[in-house]
Design a protein around this ligand. Structure first.
Ligand code: NAD
Length: 425
């Protein structure tokens, strides 16, 4: 994508459309149009070369209307405040779609994590957490992994948050290792949830998965998990890209072998009998199911018209721009929106948080069973909304989410809005 665009404005357009549909009261509309809090911090560390360096860290809490804020932490050189606000807002809507008692938050640290040492990353994580520790916690704002953050970084977050506490709290972060307060089933949860949603939608559309050709953008946590699941379901994965490039093989790619290759080489290019392909090439390939599982805005006005897939399953947050969405709608492509499709991760994060607070441990089977029940309920709630209002699945998911968050605000009726509300409605 060439043009930088305002990601937060994109999310708000979806919100505004849903608000209009629901004839939302003005005070609720205004309250949800901006995040409740944006904190910018400047963690400083000494790099391995002995030189000091100051970074930018952000934590945004978009809404706590339904409960404590919840959302991942992304380490990326391209991260920005607008992106962080957008990601936090998506968390508000995502948590509402699957009806977990969380609001939406997100954090970013602007850094080139892939080219930093573990020592540097540990120091940076500690400094970031110490700088934001007053506004996070198990009952305020709960962190999780996102792009370029993982179980180890979650362990550092828990360590830094607890270092001066009299009692230890795991529940400040989810997505932790099972060896340090994590939940069984969390690591692949987003991919597992994506797969459950895809399976149910393909049954709903009578478009069965076996032998379907799949193309996937991204081979990280989400991309690699869904790749393995669709492969096991009999799909043929014909192309995958990552940040370094992409691979294409019409006869199919085995994601388990690719994972082993990737673990050794740290990239997927050059894998077994594959031809190189770039993101736009992958997006325009003749295939049945396209799964964006990397960064935002990859399906955009420049390439949406070239999409040939029948279904787009959004593993990434915000992979499709507003302009692209309109094009895909006209082309009759069925888009399963991010705020539903990739919510399996936060569904299991909710279970991890519950287990930490109650000092209990669920088996992996139990975690997956509970997550599936929640995801299927959300999916059918969205489909009911879609059919009732004759809208796309994305529009339906937003209508459902905004309706639920608005209800949680109405029940409390913020005292300072009451007067305005009586006058203006
Ligand atoms: P990750 O860091 O594990 O993997 C990201 C993948 O995207 C990597 O393969 C990377 O090489 C690739 N990538 C990055 N830039 C790219 C580019 N320009 N072109 C092609 N590929 C590129 O991250 P993840 O956790 O798998 O997250 C991926 C997406 O899913 C993000 O949008 C994230 O917000 C979203 N998401 C993640 C979770 C989760 O539980 N991890 C939950 C919900 C949504």
């Amino acid at each position: 994508m060439t043009k930088k665009y305002d990601l937060f404005a994109e999310v708000n357009l979806q919100f505004e459309r849903a608000a209009k549909h629901l004839k939302l009261e003005r005070w609720i509309f205004q309250k949800l149009s901006q995040p409740e809090r944006e904190l910018v911090v400047h963690p400083s560390i000494i790099m391995d070369n002995g030189k000091p360096r100051t970074f930018v860290g952000i934590r945004v809490q978009h809404s706590t209307a339904k409960g404590p804020a919840k959302g991942g932490v992304r380490y990326s050189p391209d991260a920005s405040l607008s992106e962080c606000k957008a990601l936090a807002a998506w968390m508000t809507w995502k948590c509402a779609v699957i009806d977990v008692p969380f609001g939406g938050g997100k954090g970013v640290v602007v850094c080139d994590a892939l080219n930093m040492s573990q020592n540097e990353l540990k120091k940076l994580t500690w400094e970031y957490i110490l700088a934001i520790k007053d506004i996070i916690g198990p009952y305020k704002d709960i962190l999780a992994p996102d792009m370029n953050t993982n179980e180890r970084i979650m362990a550092w977050i828990v360590e830094a948050y607890n270092h001066d506490k009299t009692h230890f709290e795991f529940a400040v972060a989810t997505g932790k290792s099972t060896s340090f307060g994590g939940s069984f089933g969390r690591k692949g949860a987003t991919g597992t949830g994506l797969f459950f949603v895809l399976e149910e939608i393909s049954n709903y559309l009578n478009y069965f998965l076996s032998e379907k050709k799949v193309a996937i953008l991204g081979f990280g946590n989400v991309g690699s998990s869904i790749a393995k699941l669709v492969y096991k379901a009999g799909c043929r994965i014909i192309a995958i890209t990552d940040i370094h490039g992409g691979i294409w093989r019409e006869k199919g790619i085995n994601p388990f072998k690719l994972q082993a290759y990737m673990n050794r080489r740290k990239k997927i290019v050059g894998f077994d009998n594959t031809k190189p392909i770039d993101n736009n090439g992958l997006i325009s390939l003749p295939c049945d199911i396209l799964i964006p599982a990397a960064i935002a805005g990859q399906i955009n006005a420049n390439n949406a018209d070239s999409v040939k897939a029948k279904i787009i399953l959004e593993g990434a947050n915000g992979p499709t721009t507003k302009e692209a969405d309109e094009i895909l709608k006209k082309k009759g492509i069925f888009v399963i929106p991010d705020i539903l499709a990739n919510a399996g991760g936060v569904a299991v994060s909710h279970l991890e948080w519950m287990q930490n607070l109650n000092k209990i441990i669920f088996s992996e089977q139990e975690v997956i069973r509970r997550m599936k029940t929640r995801m299927m309920k959300a999916l059918w709630d969205v489909l009911a909304m879609m059919n009732k209002h004759n809208v796309t699945m994305r529009e339906a998911a937003y209508i459902l989410a905004v309706k639920r968050v608005a209800e949680s605000l109405r029940i409390k009726k913020f005292h300072n809005y009451e007067e305005i509300d009586l006058k203006t409605g």
